[in-house]
Design a protein around this ligand. Structure first.
Ligand code: HNI
Length: 138
């Protein structure tokens, strides 16, 4: 459960998030946790791949939706939850991996602004997003 202050920190810092943070997070995930590549056999996973770039933008857009509906992430990402559970069947352990990589990207770009408080807020926010993406599995 995010506190009011943590929600405020997420909304404020989200203004600094660029579309290409998504591709950076995906590239990190594919490098650090290569097993995640198995879900993307149809993608070109080379550096600067258009597939990764485009997919990264979709991921950031979905997270942006969740930020805008931070009090009702479950409803905002309901269709995405269905997709990941029923069609893509992504093992939920992988959500933690992408969330971790996204936080590393935030730390790199936000630098001093990625304070321990902002870090905590993102950790909770991304866990909430992951829970929504995993909640349709059964
Ligand atoms: Ni995920 C498609 C968002 C985690 C594998 N994913 C999407 C789309 C969005 C999205 C948005 C595009 C939907 C559409 O086109 O309608 N994914 C998210 C978010 C997270 C996440 C917000 C977690 C924070 N997805 C993951 C993880 C994996 C994953 C951890 C696997 C390791 N996602 C996929 C795959 C697709 C996908 C595979 C389909 C890609 C394609 O275009 O074929």
């Amino acid at each position: 459960m995010l506190t009011a202050d943590e929600k405020r920190l997420i909304r404020l810092s989200w203004n600094k998030v660029q579309q290409d943070f998504g591709a950076e997070a995906l590239e990190r995930m594919f490098t650090v946790y290569p097993q995640t590549k198995t879900y993307f056999p149809h993608f070109d996973l080379c550096p600067d791949s258009k597939h990764i770039c485009c997919h990264g933008m979709k991921v950031v857009a979905a997270l942006g939706d969740a930020v805008r509906h931070i009090d009702n992430i479950s409803e905002a990402l309901s269709a995405l939850g269905n997709l990941h559970a029923h069609n893509l069947r992504v093992d939920p352990v992988n959500f933690k991996l992408l969330c971790h990589c996204f936080q590393v990207v935030l730390a790199v770009h936000l630098a001093d602004e990625f304070t321990p408080q902002v870090h905590l807020a993102y950790d909770k926010f991304l866990a909430a997003v992951s829970a929504v993406l995993a909640e349709k599995y059964r």
